[in-house]
Design a protein around this ligand. Structure first.
Ligand SMILES: Nc1ncnc2c1ncn2[C@@H]1O[C@H](COP(=O)(O)OP(=O)(O)OP(=O)(O)O)[C@@H](O)[C@H]1O
Ligand SMILES: [Mg+2]
Length: 206
């Protein structure tokens, strides 16, 4: 199984690119989705998080309060390290499990923090989706406005900026890339780049 690690900064278009690969029937493994599933109520990961962060980070129904958790992390950087120490090994273990269950020529593994977690060696090819910082901020804000249902989970401009600067720089990420998707244009251009890459990966894995 040829593993393509898809990464990029916040709002650069990873999920959009994943959806485009999905249309070509490529299996997608999504680290964000895995992270969400791992912290379901009563899960071992959520119990560890509650021990570390207190019951404040839980809603009355026992769900993880992400807004609260984000606040804690921004104010106490050492807590971020602790959260990552709980989550990252579990996420990578689950990714490996999911890879084992696949039988296609290649798969896409969307891992926003692939480079930050220094897990480049866990994939065979690093695909970076890239856009300008201005586009990142604009798109994240617009996405939040559209997703009104998740209002409680919204992030403000200051938080978007803080996230961008907590991630590796755009330049550093690009130096790690085996392939780059330029997402400064419209979605038609994006779909074309994905189609070309899909054919390239199929050819290389044939
Ligand atoms: N080329 C584009 N033109 C216009 N809007 C775009 C384009 N690419 C992505 N978007 C929009 O920008 C927003 C961010 O894209 P997406 O959610 O795919 O980014 P992401 O990298 O997955 O973000 P995150 O790091 O938060 O998971 C979405 O609302 C998406 O629909
Ligand atoms: Mg995403």
């Amino acid at each position: 199984m040829f593993k393509v690690g898809l990464t990029g900064g916040i709002g650069c278009g990873k999920s959009t690119v994943s959806d485009l690969f999905k249309r070509h029937a490529v299996p997608i493994i999504d680290a964000d989705e895995i992270a969400h599933t791992l912290v379901e109520p009563n899960s071992p990961a959520l119990k560890q998080i509650t021990t570390c962060f207190g019951k404040d980070c839980l809603s009355t129904a026992g769900y993880l309060n992400r807004t609260k958790l984000r606040e804690i992390i921004f104010n106490q950087p050492q807590k971020k390290v602790q959260l990552e120490a709980i989550m990252h090994p579990l996420i990578y273990a689950e990714i490996e499990q999911q890879v084992q269950s696949l039988s296609s020529a290649y798969c896409i593994i969307a891992i926003p923090l692939l480079i930050e977690t220094q897990m480049q060696a866990s994939v065979d090819h690093i695909l970076v989706v890239d856009c300008t910082e201005m586009e990142q901020i604009k798109r994240v804000q617009l996405r939040d406005q559209i997703k009104r249902v998740q209002l409680r989970d919204q992030i403000n401009t200051q938080q978007i900026n803080a996230i961008i600067h907590s991630q590796v720089s755009r330049e550093r990420r690009l130096t790690e890339a085996d392939s780059i998707i330029n997402n400064n244009q419209d979605c038609t251009q994006l779909a074309l780049q994905v189609r070309n890459l899909h054919h390239k990966f199929l050819k290389e894995t044939a």
